[in-house]
Design a protein around this ligand. Structure first.
Ligand code: ADP
Ligand code: GN1
Ligand code: MG
Length: 374
């Protein structure tokens, strides 16, 4: 396969140990092309590295992105070591190129990077038990806690306005007005759903603009499959997929983790009756999360956690709907209405959250009080 050949060729650029014996496409990522690269050591032992071709259609400033990752992973490694952990398993570690670079650019202009492979882990795609959400909350909470002292302003804004919900709304309006594929008529219900919530779009961004929230280091893509879980302990071990680490808000991470994890069904489930917001999963995640960051977050930040779940879910639905209206140019789709179906699941979750709003607020208040008493 041509793809594998390009990956094999890229291997020789990196400072690896042993003899390369092959590569295999790996994982379920939707953005980068990921490979497991196999090596034979002199001792006869086998070693894997994780090789990725960075998606430069989405990430146009690969240099800035890689500097972000290098800075954050080195900082995390120090913090993990200080607290008696194992940085080689609990944080991503980059393998440098033979020229001491953070990534390699091949003759075709493809950018490649390599990580130490973290062995004996598993990933969760759809959450089936509250325990997984609890450990997910601990992992993302710990990630924020360890990075709380990292200067957020020093990070590149890899994708501008990535979680700027009002901007996402404007892009949606423009797509709806232009309606180049005449699809708006097929999405009337979904378009109305967005319009009915227009006043809420700036719930998070206005607090940042007003100085109520300070700029934080956020991960920005806190799907549960961006955590590697330890096969032995079953606990969250390492937060991965650091491409979108940027200056932002903790709420982007809390909200997106709830959006993706507290869903009883897949993000693109067609049978909407199967899609349900799981309040028990929300509770489990929040418990793990606040155990880690209760003292890091201000009261204002804590109060807005339920709202962040709603806004991030609404925003993601708006992004899917926009992509549907402009002709599926961003998210990979596998059938004609894929993005519209994805938007529907997100809006169902938003509606469910609105129906248990007081309970969500009570859960956060009670768990914050419990965590403070510990
Ligand atoms: P994408 O941005 O395409 O989602 P990820 O960085 O999340 O790509 O990586 C894709 C998959 O590769 C992950 O879901 C995970 O299974 C695996 N993976 C990533 N980094 C490592 C690593 N250092 N060790 C082991 N597996 C990894
Ligand atoms: C994309 O790579 P993946 O599938 O984890 C997207 C996220 C969306 C998500 C929705 C860089 O994430 O923002 O929430 O799809 N990543 C980017 O499934 O746009
Ligand atoms: Mg990923």
């Amino acid at each position: 396969m041509k793809e594998n050949l390009e990956a094999i060729k890229a291997l020789s650029a990196f400072e690896t140990e042993g003899e390369s014996v092959g590569v295999q496409p790996y994982g379920n990522g939707h953005i980068n092309d990921t490979y497991a690269a196999y090596y034979q050591l002199e001792s006869g032992e086998c070693r894997r590295y994780l090789l990725q071709r960075i998606n430069d259609r989405i990430f146009t400033n690969v240099n800035g992105l890689m500097k972000n990752i290098a800075g954050v992973t080195a900082y995390l490694a120090d913090k993990i070591l200080e607290s008696g952990g194992n940085p080689e398993r609990e944080a991503l570690s980059l393998i440098l190129t033979k020229k001491n670079g953070l990534y390699h650019t091949d003759e075709q202009g493809n950018c490649w990077r390599m990580y130490r492979f973290i062995e004996d882990t598993f990933s969760v795609q759809i959450v089936e038990k509250a325990e997984d959400m609890y450990y997910s909350g601990i992992s993302f909470g710990k990630f924020q806690k360890l990075l709380a002292g990292y200067p957020a302003e020093s990070l590149y804004e890899v994708i501008k306005d990535f979680h700027n919900t009002p901007r996402r709304y404007l892009a949606f309006k423009s797509a709806q007005e232009q309606d180049i594929l005449k699809r708006a008529g097929l999405a009337v219900k979904e378009i109305c759903f967005v319009e009915e919530r227009v006043k809420e779009m700036d719930a998070l961004t206005s607090l940042l603009a007003d100085g109520v929230f300070k700029l934080r280091v956020s991960h920005n893509d806190t799907k549960i499959n961006n955590i590697l879980f330890d096969k032995t302990t079953k606990k969250g071990l390492c937060v991965i997929d650091l491409d979108t680490v940027m200056p932002g808000l903790y709420h982007y991470d809390f909200g997106d983790a709830i959006r993706s994890g507290a869903n009883s069904a897949a993000e693109d489930e067609r049978d909407i009756s199967k899609v349900e917001f799981r309040l028990d999963f929300f509770e489990a995640f929040t418990r793990g999360y606040l155990e880690q960051v209760n003292t890091v977050l201000s009261d204002e930040e804590k109060n807005m956690l339920p709202m962040s779940a709603k806004i991030m879910t609404l925003e993601c639905g708006i992004r899917f709907l926009t992509d549907y209206l402009v002709g599926d140019t961003y998210f990979k789709t596998h059938h004609e209405n894929h993005n519209l179906e994805r938007a529907r699941t997100q809006f169902k979750l938003v509606a469910d959250m609105e129906n248990c709003w007081t309970q969500m607020q009570d859960i956060v208040q009670n768990l914050a009080a419990t965590a403070a008493g510990k």
